[in-house]
Design a protein around this ligand. Sequence first.
Ligand code: MSP
Length: 531
Amino acid sequence: MSDPKAFYLTTPIYYVNDAPHIGHAYASTAGDVATRWHRQRGEDVWFLTGVDEHGTKVERAADAGGVTPQEWVDRLVEDAWLPVLETIDAANDDFIRTTQTRHKERVQRFWEVVRDNGYVYSSMYEGPYCVGCEEFKLPGDLIAGEGEFEGQQVCPVHSRPVEHLQEENWFFRLSAFQDRLIAHYEANPDAIQPRSAYNEALSFIRQGLQDISMSRSSVSWGIPLPWDEAQVIYVWFDALLNYATAVGYGADPDSPEGRRFAQCWPPDVNLVGKDILRFHAVYWPAMLMAAELDVPRKVFAHGWLLVGGEKMSKSKLTGIAPSQIIDTFGSDAFRYYFLRAIQFGQDGSFSWEDMSARYTSELANGLGNLASRGTAMVARYRDGALPAAHDFGAPEQELITALAAAVEVADRAMLELDFSTGIVAVKEFVDRVNGYVTEQEPWVLAKDEANAARLDVVLYTICESLRAIAVLYNPLMPKAMASLWQQLGAQSTLGPIAEQRIADVARWGQLLPGTAVTKGESLFPRIEEAS
Ligand code: MSP
């Protein structure tokens, strides 16, 4: 019997011409939060990320660094790309490098299949190529240059002139898939999101698809074509296949890898930046159709982190390293900020002021304060033992109802990758509970023994609300929520936080009276102002 389909999500694989900046970390963070959410729902999940190591861009960076491409990528992957996953606290299941044997062999096999199916032929390519994008550009793709490039045609993403190529290549018969792609997207309007990306991809396809080079004869750093070793596979037609090779495409179906492929394929979400939409929404499904494989269920194109209105990039020297932010605010706040402050799918700007303001108001004063007040009051008024509560009244019933609504909104939003709506639903519940504490004034109740039963109800309600918040925020802020779980003493009676299910969050009354509650260290410590 085959295993049930796993929820399979991928990030783009990143070029290792340079070290990561927060634009790259943004995509990986989004993928991590989405997959942790699915895990918290109890689903089988496979989360893949990795690096794109071939192509001219990487080869030239290695040249400039005075080392071989392999030395260059080995060093950068070890020193920068693997560590950044730890920095942002990503829980990926695998990390693919396109120089790995598993990838190279399976890419070669894939293109053999496509060639056998009649979709590859030899011809001359002549036209513009942007090394920054590693892309054969079409005439309509270029824009007029400015400043030092005035009078020249430039790439709209890199604002630099493109190179002119003329080489004998192997071509992929993309044009053969135009009608099938249109039919597929018309039948599956959610297969590309957001809507603006869907419209852009469909209008590109409707304008007519031309065949495209799938190999390069003037490049050597890549995977050799199995039938023409003088050429390497065009870097994008090697890189896109990582989504298949990493989960075992081409492996014996009875081997563990072959079974993984059966369980994962097709991807549920290929998460990409909007600059690489065309590769993922047009070329990629066409390649899969040519090899008779199922196409991804969804391609989601997120926006860019901007600096001064332009895409943050290393080549423009505007890249901020994730550790620059995380060293100060921590990985949880980083994850929270970018997914909360920017509507996923839109562009957004990062500013230290905005980050700092939200950290203080929403995390330190909002959630952090609620957690420390709640746990501290159980410690002070009830010797650290969670009291039993009887007679929940109207204020508590309101919270219970609000919680159920928050869970419903958050779950729907997170499944749609609408992170900010999901986060706001939980945040509003946090605000409500903070409001409840202010209204109920447990510190006043504590002054009169006659109010003891009422104080028990209020303290229990605060802790039980924190229990629900911890689970709902666990995919987003795993470190702080593990600490909160610890403070609530929940592990001993409810088990690990990762095993709590979204579907059960709103079930009231899970914390066991008598549990030891402790006020631990502050979840979101005050940030010392830089002098
Ligand atoms: N190697 C290709 C992807 C191959 S996927 C089969 C590539 N690499 S990249 O390193 O240039 O970019 C990887 C991803 O990072 C892209 O989705 C891109 O949108 C994203 N970002 C790079 N800079 C970014 C911002 N400033 N903001 C948000 N995302 C950004 O393209």
